[in-house]
Design a protein around this ligand. Structure first.
Ligand SMILES: Nc1ncnc2c1ncn2[C@@H]1O[C@H](COP(=O)(O)OP(=O)(O)OP(=O)(O)O)[C@@H](O)[C@H]1O
Ligand SMILES: [Mg+2]
Length: 508
């Protein structure tokens, strides 16, 4: 049940109970007063009648008695009456038929209660029986009442009953007015209270729902107004605390991010240190092995050359063609070994560039003549229309291109397409224009777990690879101030891009 209805019900109950109690109390007081008034009037009438008619009763002066009796009967409240003599015989009666009868009972009652007695039959009549005694008080005191007879008058209670009925009606009307008034007043009062309470409840629900901007518009100076003020103050504090919390949270988050960045940088630095130590060790080993192998390999190559010159036109060679084939194989393997040694030495040496303005497209054209392209591999070129000359070391860059193209071809043993494209990227964020040469193949692609290891020296997935091609290429490109990027889709192919600045007067 809503507060306003509770308050209204309470007020009605209170007002109803109050009105009922007051009405009942007043009602009985008034009723008693009216009854007493009627009784007093009866006593006075009776006493006056006895006073004036005592002689007439004693002398049986019926003419005077009847005249006085008729006067008594004329009173508006007296509706019946009788006078009995000291034998109990009725000498006057309001009902003429009863005159002369014996009503000793009236005389006995009067003698028993000489001060008079009221007999309330409970109907609309109040009987008053009074003793008519001698006017001589002495005779009365001697024990002889000198009773001359008794008088009974019946007083009508009708006017009292009507009066009380009117009073009752008036009280009911008053109670109805009071109850209705109490309802209207208490309901309006309750509405006055419940309206701000409803606003307060709505605001509290809003705050609970997360809207900390919710405030109440209560400006009264009573307790509810104070609750409203306290609520708004609490909401302000909550908002402030929330802001501070959010701010602290944001600061914490940014610190965490910085920490994570620092961590990554630290890990990278650690990685670099470890890698550079490993590279230095590998470089030392490679340089040593390369130098040691180079001279014996040159001697072997000279020896094979000498043997070929010595035997190629002899009958032995003609008789056994396998001899020349074996010599060819040996020469091929010597060449491969030489290449490996060159790679080892390239890798171990500090790169010293010999740059001069170079046409990159021309360099890529020469590459085609050196590349050993199998029949099942299609080579396509998408060169940028105009590419400015780049100040680069053409020999090193040619080797980079050769390595990447060779890798692409080797990644397509079942054939595919190798597309070489070039473009000129405009300056970005203060970095100069870059020439980009891309090698895209439709080969096997690179497994995600190998992507990070590609440029590590000696990393290879090939049976006959040294794993130095990309490491050397990256070294050369970095020496030019550039980088190699790679994107791969396992099973579909990959794309290596060489980015390097134009160099020289072009802003590199
Ligand atoms: N185009 C490519 N497609 C798929 N995998 C490639 C490609 N290019 C490089 N790789 C992978 O990267 C590895 C390292 O290449 P890298 O050129 O450094 O060495 P390698 O080719 O194995 O040996 P080599 O020293 O003869 O070049 C390769 O073994 C291969 O697994
Ligand atoms: Mg390679």
């Amino acid at each position: 049940m809503k507060l306003k209805f509770k308050l209204a019900a309470g007020a009605i109950t209170l007002a109803g109970a109050g009105v009922l109690a007051i009405s009942l109390f007043s009602y009985f007081l008034i009723q008693r007063a009216r009854d007493n008034e009627l009784k007093t009037k009866g006593v006075v009438l009776c006493q006056q009648f006895i006073h004036h008619q005592a002689d007439a009763i004693q002398r049986r002066d019926e003419t005077k008695l009847l005249k006085g009796f008729l006067d008594l009967m004329n009173d508006r409240d007296v509706i019946s009456g009788e006078v009995v003599d000291n034998d109990g015989k009725v000498i006057a009666h309001s009902d003429i038929n009863l005159a002369g009868q014996n009503h000793k009972k009236i005389l006995d009652l009067a003698l028993q209660f000489p001060d008079g007695i009221f007999h309330d039959s409970g109907e609309q009549v109040l009987d008053l029986i009074s003793l008519a005694k001698s006017q001589n008080p002495e005779a009365f005191m001697l024990g002889s009442p000198n009773a001359m007879g008794a008088v009974r008058i019946g007083l009508s209670k009708k006017s009292n009953i009507y009066f009380m009925r009117n009073i009752r009606h008036g009280m009911i009307a008053l109670a109805a007015i009071v109850i209705i008034g109490a309802f209207i007043l208490s309901f309006s009062f309750a509405v006055l209270i419940s309206r701000p309470m409803a606003a307060l409840t709505a605001a509290i629900e809003e705050i609970a729902g997360g809207n900390l901007d919710s405030r109440v518009d209560i400006h009264s100076s009573d307790e509810i107004g104070q609750v409203g003020k306290a609520f708004n103050k609490m909401a302000n504090e909550l908002r402030l605390t929330q802001r501070q919390l959010l701010q602290a949270n944001a600061e914490l988050e940014s610190r965490l991010k910085e920490l994570a960045k620092t961590n990554v940088a630290l890990e990278e630095t650690q990685d670099k240190v470890v890698r550079s130590e490993r590279l230095a060790a590998i470089g030392q080993l490679a340089s040593g092995v390369g130098h040691e192998l180079r001279n014996p390999l040159a001697a072997i190559r000279n020896a094979v050359y000498y043997i070929r010159e010595a035997v190629q036109d002899t009958p032995t060679a003609k008789a056994d063609p396998t001899l020349m084939e074996i010599l060819g194989l040996a020469e091929n393997e010597i060449k491969n070994s030489n290449n490996i040694i060159s790679d080892l030495l390239d890798f171990s040496r500090v790169v010293k560039l010999a740059p001069y303005p170079t046409d990159v497209h021309e360099l890529l054209g020469e590459l085609q003549t050196v590349l050993d392209i199998p029949a099942n591999v299609v080579l396509s070129k998408q060169f940028a229309g105009q590419l400015p000359q780049a100040t680069i070391d053409p020999q090193r860059m040619r080797q980079v291109f050769l390595n990447l193209a060779t890798n692409a071809i080797q990644a397509m043993p079942k054939g595919g397409q190798l597309s070489i494209s070039t473009r000129l990227d405009p300056p970005v964020n203060g970095y100069p224009s870059q020439i980009v040469v891309a090698f895209k193949d439709t080969g096997e692609g690179i497994r995600p777990e190998n992507m990070k290891k590609l440029f590590e020296p000696l990393f290879t997935t090939k049976a006959k690879g040294t794993g130095l091609g990309l490491a050397i290429s990256q070294g050369f490109v970095q020496a030019h101030g550039g980088k190699i990027t790679v994107e791969s889709q396992p099973g579909k192919g990959c794309c290596f891009e060489v980015h390097f600045p134009l160099g020289g007067d072009n802003g590199g």
